[in-house]
Ligand binder design. Sequence first.
Ligand SMILES: *Cc1c(COP(=O)(O)O)cnc(C)c1O
Length: 388
Amino acid sequence: MPPLPPPALLTRAEIDLGALRRNVRRLAAHVAPAHLMGIVKADAYGHGAHPVAQAMAAEGLTWFAVARAAEGIALREAGLAGRVLVLGAPLPGDLDAHAAHGLDLSVTSEAVAEAAIAWASATAPAGALRVHVKADTGMHRLGLSPDAVPGVLERLYATEGIEVVGLLTHFATADEAASSFADTQASRFDSLLHALERAGVPVPPVVHVANSGAATLHPRKAVPTGAAALARVGGLVYGVPSSPDLARVAERLALEPVMRLVARVVHIHTVAAGETVSYGQTWTAAAPTRIATVAVGYGDGLPRALSNVGVAAIAGHRYPIAGRVCMDLTMLDLGAPDGPGRTVQVGDEAVFFGPDGPSALDVATCIGTISYELTTGLTERVPRVLVG
Ligand SMILES: *Cc1c(COP(=O)(O)O)cnc(C)c1O
């Protein structure tokens, strides 16, 4: 007997690497003279870290960032060259792994600086550990108090096993064009640069402050004076703006969404007026209604919060989600049996977000979250299918 063909692919996330590469080109031009850094944490915002990093490298990017050392090690094992910065806070036992895999370390506290100095003094040849010092200018997540930075930098410079590469900070509100707190954080960072100058402590060769919002909505904050600048642009590279202001930027720069979540209709039926659909009977047919059952659910990462509020597009028409999103299946209200939804058939494709469907930002906004949570939330059951 010939081998059986595999079952049909019912759910997929299409990843348009052509769109990604065009976005990289447009953003690299926009942030110049800063260099665009490829932010590939959380599996490249759910798009697949290795193919994404490869495509970015093919566009000439040489700097990458991940959140955790394990993500950086996986990229190294997949063959990624170039510089890889781990943005997250290390635990003291992680320094060997950073050095062994050539991962740049974020110095996120005075304690991390002490650990790095102790590690380098004990074991390391010159420049064995590359570090970036992170100043906390108001995000209050990770980083040293700006007051502590000059002293810590001096001690790091004095440690032979350490190469001080960068100085960074991170903004809390840069995705809002009108945020005055972004100005506050920028001026705290500028004060730090002045303090370094006054103290005669050299600014590290690379300075990076800008995420998607700071690089585009607060551009003067993206290029600090002195050293070379990197722009840590994440979401916009994937064409998933995290705010309405950034959606306008994405439109202005002609950035394209890279991901599209597609699922097949696997069943169609008509329910009578007064009948309910899905768990908990939260949706009731006001009239006879055609219902499409689609092979996607919260087990794929489609948020259950979209129950009765989300939509999906089939052949360009938007249909509301009827009743609760289930683990593996979601029902769409196709309308009256003789209405426009009458042409939908088993096997048709429904787009839950991305090109030809609602934008990830629209979907996210309707359930009170941001687009990043949708793209990073897709589970392993959803194959990432490379297109473009
Ligand atoms: C995730 C992250 C970024 C990228 O942010 P976007 O809003 O996606 O551009 C930049 N810097 C740090 C420290 C981050 O954690």
